[in-house]
Design a protein around this ligand. Structure first.
Ligand code: GLY
Length: 441
């Protein structure tokens, strides 16, 4: 099959590897920049600005692709799916109107309030600093969120990234000035989990639960990042999410798809990712993504035990058959290696050495992110998440240790990563903490 793919990050490299595991795949990639991992797999690779959708449409039309998978949220927000479908090209991804679920947080909260009736913490979308102050006085600790896309880096929490009330009000004023409006939410306490699903015309097939490690350093220290790594368990669950809470999350996702289809008048055919938190008062939706998570896609593509070409084509054409989707009964861990300064800018690209064959010999999958391969073992880190390492095993702790030991034997001084992703003690502490939080219910 001729498959189109949009995007050139680690997520898209993981997707490309999965698609190309089928020897009959021919991959055609439209990307904003180079990704040597994807380029090695692609039959054709076109670099193009995503703000010029016609170049992307022409590329896929000229190559007569059978369907397209869209990776990045920004492209979805620009309406690329609407354009591809209007040319008769089935596409994995929501329409522009549906992509507002991720790209417009005020739209998302209003949809939940009006159509679902539960799932949100206390919130206020406002263009008034006085209203914001009144909300702060009423709710206490709040989270300040820009309405649009920020790559996970614009959200600030009072008491963490925002020192005090004045700091919080300054950030609110800044966002109102730049965006016209800001979203404020009650800061809820608990453990987060990622529930992603393949969705096609109201058929949802959830994938194993995952937990993303968003902060830059071990112990959730430092700034928020795009995500430093994620893990999943062999049984597809997480120990701190009770079965009732998981069922609630799945019912919630189903209700949201139905509501979104009703509101937009179109079938939802793509990935849906609910980022939830288990709290003292049940599960809360923190945010939606209308594409696969990054790093979660690295784990997903490693545990998927069926042909992604078949499944993604079914999604794109409204024929998703849950019986065709299978996952290995293994735990997974992904860890991103990043420049030492990340998420701060690095100035100049950072050269480093790594023999990718040694990674494979250790039974690990190497995912190319924001990186250029300049020689057999020579690389340039370009600034964002550089390389992903993914492993499978009996439990996340074992895989996490395996990745750490590999990086101790093969150090890359120019890059760093989080050791605690998937660590057994860290997972046990999370379960204990959740038990304590639940006992207050
Ligand atoms: N893992 C968070 C994200 O993909 O946005």
């Amino acid at each position: 099959m001729k498959v189109g793919l949009i995007g050139n990050g680690g997520r898209e490299h993981a997707i490309a590897r999965g698609l190309c595991a089928n020897p009959e795949t021919r991959l055609f990639v439209a990307a904003q920049g180079k990704n040597s991992g994807i380029m090695n797999l692609a039959s054709a690779y076109q670099e193009t600005g995503f703000s010029h959708p016609h170049a992307i449409i022409d590329f896929f039309t000229n190559h007569q692709v059978d369907f397209v998978v869209v990776g990045p949220e920004a492209t979805l927000m620009l309406g690329i799916v609407d354009e591809l479908r209007s040319k008769g090209i089935p596409t994995v991804g929501p329409t522009q109107a549906q992509a507002r679920l991720e790209g417009d947080k005020s739209f998302m909260r209003h949809l939940l309030r009006n159509e679902i009736g539960w799932g949100s913490p206390a919130w206020l979308s406002t263009s008034s600093v006085d209203e914001a102050k009144a909300f702060m006085d009423e709710v206490g600790q709040i989270v300040v969120k820009p309405l649009g896309l920020t790559g996970g880096k614009g959200v600030r929490v009072m008491g963490i990234q925002l020192q005090d009330d004045q700091d919080t009000l300054n950030y609110i004023s800044h966002l109102i000035e730049s965006d016209g409006e800001v979203l404020l939410e009650e800061c809820v306490i608990g453990e987060e989990f990622s529930r992603m699903a393949f969705v096609s015309d109201e058929v949802l097939v959830p994938v194993p639960l995952m937990q993303d490690f968003k902060y830059a350093y071990d112990g959730d220290q430092g700034l928020m990042t795009g995500g430093m790594g994620a893990y999943s368990m062999a049984d597809g669950r997480l120990p701190f999410v009770e079965i009732g809470e998981l069922k609630q999350a799945d019912v919630f996702l189903q209700e949201v798809v139905v509501a979104l289809e009703k509101t937009t008048g179109a079938s939802y055919r793509g990935f849906l990712y609910g980022q939830f938190m288990v709290t003292e008062s049940g599960i809360k939706l923190i945010e939606f993504n209308v594409r696969l998570g990054d790093p979660e896609a690295l784990n997903l593509m490693a545990v998927l035990d069926c042909d992604p070409v078949k499944i993604f084509y079914q999604v794109a054409t409204g024929q998703l058959n849950p019986d065709d989707v299978a996952f290995v009964s293994q735990a997974s861990v992904s860890k991103y290696l990043v420049p030492n300064a990340y998420p701060d800018p690095i100035g100049q690209p950072v050269p480093f050495l790594l023999d990718s064959e040694v990674v494979e010999q250790a039974g690990l999958i190497l995912i190319h992110g924001s990186v250029e391969k300049t020689g057999p073992s020579e690389w340039l880190a370009l600034g964002s998440r550089t390389l992903g390492m993914v492993g499978l095993g009996v439990d996340p702790g074992e895989v996490s240790t395996h990745i750490d030991e590999f990086l101790t034997r093969n150090p890359i001084p120019e890059l760093r990563y989080r050791k605690d992703v998937g660590n057994a003690d860290v997972i046990a502490q999370k379960s204990k903490r959740m038990d304590e939080i639940r006992s207050d219910r």
